[in-house]
Write a protein that binds this ligand. Structure first.
Ligand SMILES: Cc1cc2nc3c(=O)[nH]c(=O)nc-3n(C[C@H](O)[C@H](O)[C@H](O)COP(=O)(O)OP(=O)(O)OC[C@H]3O[C@@H](n4cnc5c(N)ncnc54)[C@H](O)[C@@H]3O)c2cc1C
Length: 382
């Protein structure tokens, strides 16, 4: 860690320590009321905006230059404190696209609202018949005098019900197939013809089905170049897969458990300490994989293989830690918060279900293994 990263870590840690128990409860309540899982637009986002860590690493002069290592440090501190960063990740993803690929006018409209976290975003890629094989998507946009008319359906769209905008992958060239002829449109989540319906999945997560029935989208809302979205998408997916997928939440839960052991002076058989030690070591591997992805990115080396390894390892370690804690915490871990007074046990059980879903979000572990085979090992496509 260099001096800049050390200073940034101290700054973000001081920010995190500024949250009182009451603040954290207010955040939790907003998330529960909105069913937004990890988005808290009024209780958290405005405070985050003031910290100056949004948009780290974007090109251009709107934000001070920052390395990927610095971005890693800032996100690590926020996640490790259990603060809700999903909205930040989503808005930074589209912010990075706009800052990198334009157009200027759309970027000028959105980037300030991303930096102050006053608008929120959902990423509409997957469809009922196009998840792992995203290129099979059938949502399409046809040209009109004023721009585009969009018809189609997206599925699993996280946060669409609290989003102001859905950045949506569509086919703009009807003659095209696979990688060609795809574009990303910035669609107003409240425009006529947009319907957002809830889909609830394991772990209490609400995602959405989004229907686009002849939605009119201005020509100026095309992100990047028409028909060339795949290159942007691949880069955005690599960035998404290099995020922490459960490792930091697992570390926080494990720390709470170890703290409890310390406070109660509980003794454990040696085999139990060995098991705990193994999980601590696995969490460190998960962290180092995240850093290795960052290092490759900073060296301008292809990072898809590492990002996919990170995407597999995070949920797997998180699931093992959660299972271990549920086993240790006994019957209370089978009860909902409120029913049991043991909050740690209830949180561990909830996290066990949530971490299971993390193996699917952002691309399943099976698909990541194929990417590693091809892009990290150079093996031929099966
Ligand atoms: C909670 C949650 C949040 C999500 N949020 C978003 C979001 O915000 N935006 C968005 O666009 N998408 C989102 N997704 C969608 C997610 O990216 C897809 O669910 C994922 O890519 C898998 O696609 P699928 O569900 O269509 O499964 P399928 O592609 O139908 O896969 C079914 C099974 O077949 C396996 N499989 C498929 N193809 C292969 C292959 N080639 N080799 C080996 N095995 C294979 C898969 O591993 C899986 O086990 C979210 C999903 C979840 C669960």
């Amino acid at each position: 860690m260099n001096d800049e990263e050390r200073a940034l870590r101290a700054k973000v840690r001081a920010f995190v320590e500024g949250f009182s128990l009451a603040d954290l409860e207010a955040i939790e309540q907003e998330i529960a009321e909105l069913e937004s899982d990890r988005q808290a637009p009024t209780t958290f986002n405005p405070r985050l905006a003031g910290l100056g860590v949004v948009g780290m690493g974007w090109p251009g002069s709107l934000v001070p230059p920052a390395t990927q290592g610095e971005r890693f440090v800032a996100h690590e501190e926020l996640d490790s404190a259990g603060l809700p960063t999903y909205g930040l990740e989503q808005s930074e993803a589209v912010g990075w696209m706009l800052a990198t690929f334009g157009p200027e006018e759309l970027a000028a409209e959105h980037l300030p609202r991303i930096l102050d976290q006053s608008w929120s975003y959902a990423g509409g890629y997957s469809e009922p018949e196009a998840g792992s094989d995203l290129l099979a998507l059938t949502s399409r946009a046809t040209r009109t005098d004023a721009g585009w008319r969009v018809r189609g359906q997206k599925l699993w769209t996280s946060g669409a019900h609290v989003a102001d905008w859905i950045f949506t992958l569509v086919r703009t060239d009807p003659e095209s197939t696979r990688h060609h002829g795809l574009s990303i449109l910035m669609i107003d989540a409240h425009a006529p013809g947009v319907t957002v319906q809830p889909v609830r999945v394991m772990g209490g997560w609400r995602v959405n089905a989004c229907f686009f029935d002849d939605v009119e989208v201005p020509a100026s809302h095309l992100i990047g170049e028409e028909g060339k979205a795949w290159m942007m998408m691949s880069a955005a997916l690599d960035i998404e897969r290099s995020m922490s997928f459960g490792g930091r939440e697992a570390r926080l839960l494990l720390a709470r458990y170890l703290d409890r052991l310390g406070r109660t002076g509980a003794t454990l058989p040696e085999a139990s300490w060995t098991e705990l030690g193994e999980q601590v070591a696995e969490l460190e591997v998960e962290r180092l994989l995240g850093l290795s992805t960052v290092a490759r990115g900073e060296a301008n080396e292809p990072a898809s293989g590492e990002a996919s390894m990170n995407k597999i390892v995070g949920p797997a370690v998180a699931q093992r830690v959660a299972q271990l804690l549920v086993d240790r915490l006994g019957a209370d871990a089978l009860l909902a918060p409120g029913v049991t007074a043991d909050r740690l046990a209830a949180d561990a059980e909830h996290f066990l279900r949530a971490a299971t879903v993390l193996s699917i979000i952002g691309g399943t572990s099976e698909v990541q293994r194929s990417i590693i085979a091809q892009r990290a090992l150079g093996l031929p496509r099966g």
